[in-house]
Design a protein around this ligand. Structure first.
Ligand code: IPD
Ligand code: CA
Ligand code: CA
Ligand code: CA
Length: 260
């Protein structure tokens, strides 16, 4: 490949830091909130502003790179050929609106569909998770250890209550595991597995920008990530996801999601 991944990763990291500053600054003003598909699907002017910021800066620095973002950047993308930045400008918009914390910026960079750079920045916690494929994953510059094996009965599993009440498989999993958590931002749920704070994260419907960066970080640490049914993720369409530590992932698949 012609890409210099260290250069790109550093540029991505400084854009993420700059974006975080813009979001923090905006907190002293009221948030202007609109509904998208329904009253629980929020978007603010900051979601759009941050995505435009990435869009403009990436086009300036890397004119051949493509962008796929939640708020409409790169709507025309239909393949993952070339270098594609998959961006969620604010993951956890509901938290941003209601709590002004527990939201993240998520940036995953792929080359011909292969994950190369993953960054998740929990803005108010000041925690930057970053991985360059093959070089380990880091939290604020400190290398994270590979994920240890886990088992259901000792596991903390992140899953939204909205999914639990709709799905028998999740009801029995919730009964069997040690406890559940729900932070309200998919990128933070995945970063939490990376940091060994939880053991798994299950969602029945996410979009590519929710998991693009997290998938790179998780794989770098020896974790597993597929759809709930165990299929490989498709970065061009919405899907369920099952993220888990080694051992636990296989147990989730064989005992809960793919019982034969
Ligand atoms: C949402 C969050 C949330 C998840 C939703 C996502 P957004 O992203 O990640 O935790 O449950 O499915 O859409 O809209 O806040 O970027
Ligand atoms: Ca959204
Ligand atoms: Ca999101
Ligand atoms: Ca978002």
């Amino acid at each position: 490949s012609n890409n210099d991944w260290h250069f790109i990763a550093n540029k991505a990291k400084s854009l993420v830091n700059e974006a975080a500053q813009q979001i923090k600054k905006s907190l002293k003003n009221e948030r202007i909130v609109e509904y998208k598909s329904n009253p629980n699907d929020l978007v603010t002017e900051m979601d759009k502003q941050i995505e435009s910021f990435f869009d403009e800066e990436i086009k300036k620095e890397f004119p051949s790179h493509l962008i796929l973002g939640e708020e409409g950047a790169g709507k025309e993308i239909s393949t993952l050929d070339g270098t594609v930045w998959i961006i969620d400008p604010i993951d956890g918009t509901t938290n941003f609106v209601h709590q002004q914390r527990h939201f993240a910026i998520s940036v995953g960079i792929y080359e011909d569909g292969v994950g190369k750079v993953g960054i998740i920045f929990d803005v108010m916690a000041d925690e930057l998770f970053m991985a360059v494929a093959g070089e380990g994953a880091f939290l604020n510059g400190v290398k994270l250890p590979s994920l240890n094996e886990a088992i259901v009965k000792e596991a903390l599993i992140a899953v939204n209550s909205g999914w639990i009440i709709k799905d028998e498989r999740l009801i029995s999993l919730v009964r069997d595991c040690r406890g559940t958590r729900a932070y309200g931002a998919a990128a933070i749920e995945m970063a939490s597995v990376c940091a060994n704070r939880t053991d798994a994260y299950i969602s029945l419907n996410l979009s590519p920008w929710d998991f693009a960066a997290g998938a790179i970080l998780i794989k770098e640490l020896g974790g597993k990530i597929t759809t709930v049914e165990g299929n490989e993720l498709n970065l061009l369409k919405p899907s369920s996801i099952c993220v888990a530590k080694p051992g636990l992932y296989e147990q989730l698949q064989s005992h809960y999601f793919n019982r034969k």
